[in-house]
Ligand binder design. Structure first.
Ligand code: ZN
Length: 199
């Protein structure tokens, strides 16, 4: 690391010159610069998957259309081996407990353009609306002692979960280990702007 002080540099600058230090360490770039990858780690593509170091920062572009980023959504992702689903046969609770213990997690800041951020917000409200409707159905079924209403509540609850999982989630983790994260659901143009993994 260089240890010069920016003030030494800016003192000699002409009046009106920007104070931007061209030699400063790379920072997060929200200008929409197409290939900027900030952060300490790195980001690549491999086939239709995005591969990133866990501490890497994604470029400031929309992962759905490659447009300029207007909002960054922090997603907490978790992943476990698909083999673990076999434990469901041993019992849903057994699976749930083991999954919580062995899942690998990562936090990834994901860029969205204004249009895609808005569309995601709408879908999130729909998911919450469905969830609220299911809660009301359960309450109603208790008050009216109605099995049918409880059944409807259960179906709407599942619908809200499925809708949330499919429509609101932005990316799908394909693999997370201690070093890297692999994601699907990133648009082609965005992937093409990244270096090829291992290449
Ligand atoms: Zn977009």
């Amino acid at each position: 690391m260089s240890d010069y002080k920016p003030s030494q540099l800016t003192m000699r600058q002409a009046p009106g010159a920007t104070l931007e230090n061209p030699y400063s360490a790379p920072r997060s770039d929200y200008s929409g610069n197409s290939r900027t990858v900030a952060g300490n780690g790195r980001v690549w593509h491999e086939g239709d998957e995005l591969v990133m170091d866990k501490d890497a920062e994604l470029p400031a572009r929309c992962i759905k259309c490659n447009g300029p980023e207007s909002k960054r959504v922090l997603k907490k992702l978790s992943w476990h081996s698909p083999w673990l689903y076999l434990l469901i046969f041993a019992g849903l609770l057994v699976y749930a407990i083991v999954a919580v213990i062995v899942s690998k997690r990562a936090k990834v800041g994901i860029g969205l353009c204004a249009a895609h951020a808005q569309s995601r917000q709408r879908k999130a409200w729909i998911a919450w609306g469905l969830f609220g409707a299911s809660v009301l159905s359960f309450i109603g079924s208790g008050v009216a002692d109605s099995g049918a209403l409880a059944g409807i509540g259960f179906l709407v609850l599942i619908a809200s979960g499925v809708f949330c999982a499919l429509a609101v989630r932005l990316v799908q983790p394909v693999r997370i280990d201690d070093r890297q994260v692999r994601l699907k659901g990133v648009c082609r143009d965005y992937l093409n702007s990244l270096n090829k993994f291992g290449g």
